[in-house]
Design a protein around this ligand. Structure first.
Ligand SMILES: CC(C)(COP(=O)(O)OP(=O)(O)OC[C@H]1O[C@@H](n2cnc3c(N)ncnc32)[C@H](O)[C@@H]1OP(=O)(O)O)[C@@H](O)C(=O)NCCC(=O)NCCS
Length: 178
């Protein structure tokens, strides 16, 4: 079962000014795998697959660092399965539990949307309906509910229900191309 953050809508996070976001490298594989493992569930075999993902020009893989240590990661790219929406999807977004609610997830998501607007006027994210913390984070970055879903291109949800979220490229963003 995945470990979602506890939904605390009445709390307010404090931004960590020491957080930096950069493109992931193949040699981040172990550190990214450690952060990914905090999410629980079956996992994506991150350690083995990350070097291929960072070499994929159609994908954006990011890490967030504090003092040289990887504390979060996120990835975007096409979903790549029949039945999915066209355009980039947020496909991984995880912040180490000890660094949550300090703006790390928001910085990662902002960087992914910035990348997406260079290639698409839509960006998608598929979230377990019980993951209210993630939905709140996405809403703050302009994602809106496209629909409730029982599966997405063959993927089902722990608890049985997910949400498809959609963001639109803001009008004041100039398309730069890939
Ligand atoms: C969801 C997740 C990525 C959020 O990362 P984060 O770095 O803690 O989020 P941020 O500090 O950037 O939060 C930005 C905003 O999102 C919302 N938010 C984030 N976590 C929240 C929580 N637990 N409860 C309520 N709102 C939350 C708030 O509006 C927050 O702003 P605020 O702190 O000023 O109120 C993190 O909790 C996580 O890794 N969870 C486990 C993995 C996961 O569920 N990933 C998403 C899969 S789609």
């Amino acid at each position: 079962m995945p470990d979602f953050a506890v939904f605390e809508p009445l709390a307010r996070g404090v931004r960590d000014a020491a957080v930096g976001v950069r493109t992931a490298r193949a040699d981040d594989a172990a550190a990214v795998a450690a952060v990914a493992a905090t999410r629980g569930g079956p996992g994506l075999d991150v350690h083995r697959r990350l070097p291929g993902w960072v070499d994929d020009a159609e994908r954006r893989v990011l890490v967030a660092e504090v003092g040289g240590a990887v504390v979060g990661w996120a990835m975007a790219g096409a979903w790549g399965r029949p039945g999915a929406q066209d355009g980039p999807h947020v496909t991984a977004l995880t912040v180490h539990p000890e660094h949550r609610r300090r703006g790390v997830g928001d910085q990662l998501l902002a960087a992914l949307t910035g990348w997406a607007w260079g290639r698409s006027d839509r960006m998608w994210s598929v979230v377990n309906a019980r993951n209210e913390a993630s939905v709140a984070l996405h809403e703050r970055r302009g994602f809106v509910l496209e629909g409730w879903i029982a599966d997405y291109a063959g993927m089902t949800f722990d608890g049985g229900r997910g949400v498809l979220l959609r963001a639109a490229r803001p009008a004041d963003v100039v398309e730069e191309g890939p």
